[in-house]
Design a protein around this ligand. Structure first.
Ligand SMILES: [Zn+2]
Ligand SMILES: [Zn+2]
Length: 287
């Protein structure tokens, strides 16, 4: 069986391997087809495809877009997107800018709450990498504003807390539209993170809404989802006629237990899934 992994990150977003290194590791792990899906950027695709051509791994151009959603997190994966698409590039630029603008806003809010930390201190804490809320928490802890990192999140940084700033600016509908406009198809990433498992009716309603916006698949298998959870999402996939996809959500050394190709015990994605997605795209073109 040709084994595939449809969810992988590189240094172009928050992964720790370069696109070339990632494809090398995928080959070592016995994968024949992978999708590179960095957060809000297509920058890693050309290098990954070049390496794939050289060592014999098929690389699908992908992306993972963060969109507005409550109560949890909704990420949308795009597959077979065209990196030259203007609409997609512009849309992704908007989300990248929102990411960058968020950090000074958090600093401002913290200042208004009497917490005096600077962006430079937070950037130093991140060691030159992408700045995230854990870095704010560590500076606050070091300077004695909170007793634990958890307190920093609970009181200030968590969603809904006093200094929380939402970085997501686009809707799921916009994300699907820009993915489809670039010739790709949209898939719901790790549905567990939508945090609706305890409310099955609401979860089904949200998936129904996403389908009406053009969603074509759902990531049933992911390193963050258990067998029981995968079974639940498989049922939803059947109910709504969605393609069943899967991926490791590999990030490199930041999550060392997760390797390319691993998406839960015994779970695997075969090449048929890739064919299914291609059929959908071909069907759309012939209309
Ligand atoms: Zn994600
Ligand atoms: Zn991811």
């Amino acid at each position: 069986m040709k084994r595939c992994d449809l969810h992988l990150h590189t240094t172009c977003s928050d992964g720790t391997l370069s696109p070339r290194e990632l494809i090398g590791l995928a080959k070592e792990n016995g994968l024949t087809c992978v999708a590179v899906t960095d957060h809000d950027t297509l920058a890693g695709i050309p290098e990954a495809q070049d390496e794939g051509d050289q060592i014999g791994v098929e690389v699908i151009s992908g992306v993972e877009v963060s969109v507005k959603f409550e109560p949890g997190t909704l990420h949308i994966l795009g597959y077979f997107v065209d990196p030259a698409s203007q609409k997609l590039t512009e849309g992704l630029l908007e989300t990248q800018t929102a990411r960058k603008l968020r950090n000074p806003k958090i600093i401002e809010r913290l200042k208004s709450l009497g917490i005096d930390i600077s962006l430079e201190e937070v950037e130093q804490e991140a060691g030159g990498g992408q700045v995230g809320r854990p870095h704010f928490a560590r500076v606050m802890l070091r300077k004695g504003y909170v007793k634990t990192a958890k307190e920093a999140f609970d009181r200030y940084l968590a969603k809904g807390a006093q200094a929380y700033v939402d970085k997501r600016t686009i809707s799921s509908e916009q994300a699907v539209e820009m993915i489809e406009d670039s010739g790709g198809i949209a898939v719901i990433a790790h549905p567990k993170q939508m945090k609706l498992d305890s409310e099955p009716k609401r979860l089904a309603a949200e998936i129904k809404r996403l389908c009406s916006e053009g969603m074509k698949g759902i990531e049933v298998y992911s390193s963050c989802q258990s067998k029981t959870e995968a079974a639940r999402y498989r049922e939803l996939a059947k109910q709504f006629g969605l393609v069943i996809t899967g991926g490791s959500d590999f990030h490199g050394s930041t999550k060392p237990d997760i390797q390319p190709g691993w998406m839960g015990d015994g779970a695997a994605i075969s090449y048929e899934t890739i064919d299914e997605m291609r059929q959908i795209i071909l069907g759309r073109k012939s209309k």
